[in-house]
Design a protein around this ligand. Structure first.
Ligand SMILES: NC(=O)c1ccc[n+]([C@@H]2O[C@H](COP(=O)([O-])OP(=O)(O)OC[C@H]3O[C@@H](n4cnc5c(N)ncnc54)[C@H](OP(=O)(O)O)[C@@H]3O)[C@@H](O)[C@H]2O)c1
Length: 292
């Protein structure tokens, strides 16, 4: 039995589907967005996390759950800490209590974006509450769950039920003829969700532990990525206006020259990591609802 905590979110949805396709017995949880067949769980409730782990006795616990609203975390650090740090700590302790291996998802927002793309050995320096709390969670795992796999990823896109990732929102806006402002100075390495899930399952299945960066191999500014998404779906890229991040007036600072170096993951994976052109083409071919 494998447990996906946060299966109602983007990454969790892809993990759940990928595990099911590979024939695993799997249980997913949700928090505020009900998931058919899912189990409600708030990771802030340590006793509930432990009870679920004791009942299901999973071999592996995947933990993509978190409060991922970066500006929300900046404005409400207490809530961010409760979910992203304490919630993670509850799962770490429950996993230890039942002997489950933990696979945790973190972010390139642990870096300051001064000199990306970043490798696993680069020293983090978060710019935001969200980034600090993801880093604290990583450290708690490193201290208390030595066999755990910590996966940092970035700019994940694909078809998801909640429809809130960058590409899905972009497609909705363009289809409705809305103009949108997209930062030209934020560089990252976009990552196709189903590809991320397949790569992480392969790493977990091979017993990999420690820190791995898993992302697309190509860097792009948000603006260049948005133009490529418009092209891949035959939509009008002229509606996309390049702006500087500062002009967006966001509560949390963003790492600008970010993205992840993936040599370590590539050296261990048979699953090819798709660049954003390949990933967008795959997404267009998969079609909405098909997901992985
Ligand atoms: N998406 C990206 O571009 C990206 C980039 C870098 C790193 N990551 C990392 O990857 C992970 C997954 O990202 P994602 O895009 O899948 O995020 P997401 O779509 O926002 O999903 C978050 C998940 O966490 C659940 N959740 C939120 N609060 C919870 C709580 N208190 N208790 C239990 N579950 C709770 C949500 O449940 P409900 O929706 O049901 O409330 C949802 O299933 C995150 O940890 C993030 O740091 C993502």
């Amino acid at each position: 039995m494998h447990l996906v905590i946060g299966a109602s979110g983007q990454v969790g949805e892809h993990l759940l589907r990928c595990l099911q396709q590979q024939g695993y017995r799997v249980q997913g949880t949700y928090h505020r967005h009900p998931l058919p067949g899912g189990q409600p769980l708030d990771i802030r409730q340590g006793a509930a996390v432990l009870e679920l782990a004791r009942r299901l006795r999973p071999a592996v616990i995947y933990l993509p759950a978190g409060w991922t609203h970066v500006d929300g975390c900046e404005q409400d650090p207490e809530r961010s800490y409760a979910v992203n740090v304490q919630g993670t700590a509850h799962v770490v302790r429950a996993a230890n209590a039942v002997g489950a291996r933990l696979v945790f998802f973190s972010s390139d927002y642990v870096f300051d974006g001064a000199a990306g793309p970043y490798g696993e050995m680069d020293l983090p320096r978060p710019l935001s509450v969200y980034g600090w709390h993801k880093l604290l969670a990583e450290h708690d795992i490193a201290l208390h769950a030595e066999a755990a796999l910590i996966v940092r990823t970035t700019v994940v896109y694909g078809w998801e039920r909640q429809g809130k990732n960058f590409v899905q929102r972009l497609l909705q806006d363009l289809q409705q003829g809305r103009t949108l402002r997209v930062p030209q100075d934020q560089v990252g390495s976009p990552t196709y969700g189903p590809n991320l899930a397949a790569a992480v399952l392969e790493l977990a299945g091979a017993g990999a532990g420690g820190l791995f960066h898993v992302a697309g191999p190509a860097l792009a500014s948000r603006y260049a990525f948005a133009l490529e998404a418009a092209r891949a779906f035959g939509l009008d890229g002229a509606l996309i206006q390049p702006v500087d991040t500062a002009a967006l007036g966001q509560a949390a600072a963003r790492p600008l020259q970010a993205g992840l170096r993936i040599d370590r993951a590539r050296s261990q994976l048979r699953t090819p990591l798709l660049d954003y052109r390949q990933g967008l083409a795959r997404m267009a071919a998969d079609g909405q609802g098909a997901g992985a």
